[in-house]
Design a protein around this ligand. Sequence first.
Ligand SMILES: [Zn+2]
Length: 212
Amino acid sequence: MDLSGIISAVQKTLGVEVDGTAGPETWNAIYNRICRKKAGPPRKTSAAEPAAVRVGARNRVDDRSEKAIITLLPQVQAYARALVNKAVQHGITIKILAGTRTYEEQDDLFAQGRTKPGRIVTNARGGYSNHNFGIAFDIGVFDGANYLGESPKYKAVGALGMDLGLDWGGNWKTFLDEPHFQLRPKWAGDMRESVMLAELRARKDSGKGAYA
Ligand SMILES: [Zn+2]
């Protein structure tokens, strides 16, 4: 069943008007239906790229998102654009706010809330974040021009991203991170994140690509 089918089915279950467009209540139910079901053990391999992702490779999105998207590996760029466009199709405006960070930039971010002012936003030092390898990005949900730091729509976008084949930070148990998405390399299978990151560091050091 595609997502509009799911929306209609969930609306029927909820007893609300079935129009195939979801409000917060419907999105939460959809989230429960899609994510809870799929959230189990991570997929061993992702299927071939969905058509939406192949299209995403060609379709530029807004300039702010593009600035973050060009820092990602080409494979991931297509997914990021596809997610922005898929969200629009479901009435949700998102932008890609962050992409790849160097180890130095990651260390700077790690210092925030510890040895530098600000609040703690990451538990990862340089080399210990998926953002250091071109495979991860963060989104923001917008209402017109207004950035929404919190919204039930993050869960909805999480469901859309998982539907495309992305890993979603909203499923993480240790550091729940709803704006975060990443494209898991096939070789990573159901490896723990820490093991996958060690392999990503080794690959970076030896010049081997994350998806090679
Ligand atoms: Zn992130």
